[in-house]
Write a protein of this length. Structure first.
Lengths: 446, 446
C-alpha cells in the first residue's frame, strides 16, 4: 500500500472510473469530477460507437477482479461479417477457436463502471466544470463558466482522464518543452440503429462485427445486449460519397438502397436517426510529456486520442492503468519516478496504436472487400496454425496478446513485407496452402 | 483600393507592423495591439538572434517603397566564416558576386518598422493584453489578466500576428477540424555579445556570418551597425556538451577555451552575459486552416513558427504579406476568397521552409566543418556558374530567388541525389572541376 493521498481524477469516463477503483485499492481518497451530468441519469448521446474489449482491457479488469462482472454485459464477437455490395456475405475469423473481442455499449459500460467505482469508495462530482489546473500545486479551478468565478480545489495529485479535448492537457500545452499535435480526419461518423426483433433477439448475427466496406466510406454494426445493434456510418465530410451530399431524405434513401441494400429491412428509422444524430469528428491527439513532476498526469484519450478503427481506444487507456499500477507496485510512494517511468514506457506504444488505428480504416473500408487481401489473411492464418511459434498475425498480436503495441507494429511491418513476396507467387490462389508456400515463408523468416 | 474596414492586428512585431503599412495603403483603419511595452521605450531583451533579410523580405519592402530605408540599418553578409577548432578559418560564399543577405538587429529593425507604420497612419496600443477572440464576429477581448474583467473590441477583421505563442491561434485551436502541432527542439540558445572596438569598428569581419561548428552545438555571430556582434550559442539542454553542464564559471570558461579558443579576445563579458541572459527555447508550430471565414487570419510566426537555422522566419512572414497583398489586389473586397486563397497558397510553402530550416542546423553545426561537404558546395557553385540555366544551388533558390519554398525543397532534394552520385566519383578531390564531372552532372540532370 502507498501512503494515502488526496487524489482528483478529472473525467468520469471509462479510464477515469477504472483508475479510481485502482487508486481506492491503494488506500487513497479519490474524487472524480465531470463537467457532464451523471450518465446514469441521462439518455445516451446518439454519437457513440460501440466499444470492443480485447485482451489488454480484460487484463486490467482481471487484475482487480472485475472481469466477470463486465463480461456479463458484453457480447463475444469472433469474426468480421463482410457485407459486399452484391449482397454476398463473407466471414473472416479474428483469431483461433474461441478467441473473441467483446462488443459493449459505451453508455451501459460507463454506467456500470461508475457504480463499481462508487462501491469501491470513490466520490463522484458531476456537473462540475474544471477549467484549469495549477501544475506545480495540483490545484484544480472549478466554476460555472470559463470567465466567471472559480473555486480552488487543492489535491496531492491530479489525473487528467478528461478525454481528447482535455483541459488538463490544455494547461500543460502552454508549458515550454511540451510537444502536442491535434489532427482531424477528413472523415466523420454518424450513429444509426438496428432495433431488436419483437422477441428481443438480434436481427443479424450478434457474434460478428458487421462491415459494409465501400472504399472511401463504410458502415459497421456491433451488437448490444438488448437485441439491438449500434451502427456507425464512416464517410468523408466532403467530396464524392460524403455527408455533404446526403442533404435530403430522397438522396439518403436512394444512397442506402444503392450501397447498403441489405440494411433496408433492419434500419427502419434511417431517415429519422440520420438527420437527428450529429455528424461527429475523428481526431488524433498526441503529446509529451504526459506528467508534471509528481503532481499531474494524463491517462487515456487525454494523452493519446486515436481513431476507432482498431477498436483500441479503451483498451489502450486501460493498459495505461495496468502499466501505471506496475510502477506503483514497484516504486511505492515515489510518484516522481512512477510518473516518469509510466510516460516513458507508454509513449512509444501509444504512438504505435495511433498508427495501427489510422491504417486500419483502409483495411476495413477497402481491403476487406478485396479477394486478394482475404486470401493473404487466410494464408497467414493457415501458416500460423501450423507454426504458432513462428507466426502470429498482426491483428492477434494487437488484440489477443499483451505484446507492447510498438513491437506488434514493427513485427507486423516485417511480416507484411514477407506476405507481399508470397502474394507474388504465381498461381498463389491455387497453391496457397502448398509446401512451396510454407517453405517460402520459412525461408523469408530467417 | 478596397472598401475601408476597421482592422485589428494583434502583435507589433515585424510582420504585424509591415502588414499595418500595407493595410493603411488600402485605406483601412488599422489598430495594432501588443501585450508588451513599446519596444522603442525599453531595452532589448537579451534573448534575440540577429535577423538576416534576403530577397523575399526585400521584395515585400520594395513593393511598398521601404527597401532603401531598411537597407540603411542592415549590413551585407556575403559568406559564411567558418571557425574550425584548430583556429583555421574557412570562407564559404553564399551566392554569386554581389549576392548577400543583410544582418539586422531585431530590436533596431522593429523600432524602425513601428515608426514607419505610425507614419503611415496605423495606431498602436501597447501594454494591451488580448486574451481571446470571437472568430465569428472579429471581436477581441482585452484585459489586465486572463481571469479578470475583459473589454470587448469589435472589428471588421482581425489579424493574428502575435507570434509562435499566438492567442488568436489558441482560440482557433479549440475549433473542430483545426490541425495544430507544436514541437520543441532538444536544443536551446543563448545570446552573447562581441562589443565594438573603441573606435566603433568591428572586431571580426562584419560581412560574414561567423560560425563555430562543433557537431551537436555551435556558436554564431552576426554584425550590428554599432560595431558589435550579436552572438548566439546553440546547444542541447541536456547530455554531452549541453547547457545543463555549463553550470559554473570555471566550467564555462574552460569549455569556451577548449571549443572556441579564438573567442577569448572578442567576448570579454562571456561569464556575465552567459549567466545573465536566459536560455531560450526553439519550437516549430504548424497549423491549418489559417483563417476563419472573412473575419480572422493568422500571419507570420503565429501560422508557421520555424527554427532560425535558415534565417527565414522573418522572410517567410514578409512573403505572407506579399502573397496576401496579391490576393487583395486580385479579389478586392472579397475577403473570404482572399483568405481562402492566401492560406491555400502559403501552407505548403510554410511547411517547406519549416523542413528546410530544421535540416539546416545539421548543415551549419556539422557539415560546414566537413571538407567533403565544402567540396560538394564548391562543385555545385562551379557547375552553376558554368550552367546557370541548369543549376541553382538550394541555398540560392531559398535565399536569392522568389521561387516558392516548396519547389525549392523538391528541386533541392533532386539535386542532392545527383551530388551524392557525383561525390562517389573516384578522386573527386582532384578532378572536381573536370569535364568528366561536368558531363556526369549533365547526364544525371536529364
Amino acid at each position: 500500500m502507498q501512503t494515502p493521498k488526496k487524489i482528483a481524477i478529472v473525467g468520469s469516463g471509462l479510464v477515469g472510473t477504472l483508475l479510481a477503483i485502482y487508486l481506492k485499492k491503494q488506500g487513497h481518497t479519490v474524487h472524480v469530477f465531470d463537467r457532464s451530468p451523471d450518465i446514469r441519469t441521462v439518455e445516451f448521446s446518439g454519437r457513440s460507437i460501440n466499444l470492443v474489449m480485447s485482451n489488454r482491457g480484460w487484463k486490467t479488469l482481471q487484475d482487480i477482479g472485475l472481469e466477470h462482472e463486465i463480461k456479463k454485459i458484453g457480447i463475444p464477437v469472433d469474426k468480421r461479417a463482410i457485407h459486399l455490395q452484391d449482397d454476398k456475405l463473407n466471414y473472416q475469423y479474428y483469431g483461433k477457436d474461441g478467441e473473441a473481442i467483446f462488443s459493449l455499449s459505451r453508455g451501459v459500460l460507463n454506467r456500470k463502471m461508475i457504480d463499481l467505482a462508487e462501491n469501491a469508495g470513490a466520490e463522484f462530482f458531476f456537473n462540475r466544470k474544471i477549467w484549469d489546473v495549477s501544475l506545480a500545486t495540483a490545484t484544480l479551478y472549478e466554476g460555472e463558466t470559463e470567465q466567471g468565478e472559480w473555486t480552488e480545489l487543492k489535491y496531492d495529485l491530479v489525473f487528467g482522464a478528461d478525454g481528447a479535448f482535455s483541459r488538463i492537457r490544455h494547461r500543460m500545452q502552454r508549458q515550454s518543452m511540451f510537444d502536442y499535435s491535434q489532427e482531424f480526419m477528413k472523415l466523420g461518423y454518424k450513429e444509426l440503429h438496428i432495433p431488436a426483433n419483437t422477441d428481443g433477439t438480434h436481427k443479424i448475427d450478434k457474434n460478428s462485427l458487421h462491415i459494409w466496406p465501400r472504399g472511401n466510406f463504410m458502415l459497421m454494426a456491433l451488437a448490444n445486449l438488448d437485441g439491438s445493434f449500434t451502427c456507425t456510418l464512416f464517410m468523408p465530410f466532403e467530396g464524392e460519397n460524403s455527408f455533404e451530399q446526403l442533404k435530403d431524405e430522397a438522396t439518403l434513401v436512394s444512397f442506402f438502397a444503392n450501397y447498403f441494400p441489405d440494411t433496408k429491412e433492419v434500419i427502419p428509422d434511417l431517415v429519422k436517426d440520420f438527420f437527428k444524430n450529429p455528424t461527429s469528428y475523428l481526431a488524433i491527439m498526441k503529446c509529451y510529456p504526459w506528467a508534471y513532476q509528481d503532481k499531474v498526469a494524463l491517462i487515456g484519450d487525454s494523452a493519446h486520442a486515436i481513431v476507432p478503427f482498431y477498436g483500441h481506444g479503451m483498451n489502450a487507456g486501460f493498459e495505461d492503468i495496468t502499466i501505471l499500477n506496475e510502477f506503483i507496485l514497484k516504486f511505492g510512494d515515489d510518484w516522481n519516478t512512477i510518473f516518469a517511468e509510466y510516460q516513458k514506457s507508454r509513449k512509444p506504444n501509444a504512438d504505435a496504436i495511433a498508427e495501427l488505428s489510422r491504417r486500419n480504416f483502409v483495411e476495413m473500408s477497402s481491403k476487406t472487400a478485396d479477394e486478394k487481401f482475404l486470401l493473404q489473411k487466410k494464408i497467414e492464418k493457415w501458416f500460423s496454425d501450423k507454426h504458432p511459434d513462428k507466426w502470429m498475425p498482426l491483428y492477434s498480436r494487437v488484440t489477443f496478446s499483451l505484446q507492447p503495441y510498438s513491437e506488434a507494429l514493427a513485427i507486423g511491418d516485417f511480416q507484411n513485407k514477407i506476405m507481399e513476396e508470397v502474394m507474388q507467387i504465381e498461381n498463389i490462389e491455387q497453391k496457397w496452402n502448398s509446401n512451396e508456400v510454407e517453405q517460402k515463408i520459412i525461408s523469408l523468416l530467417t
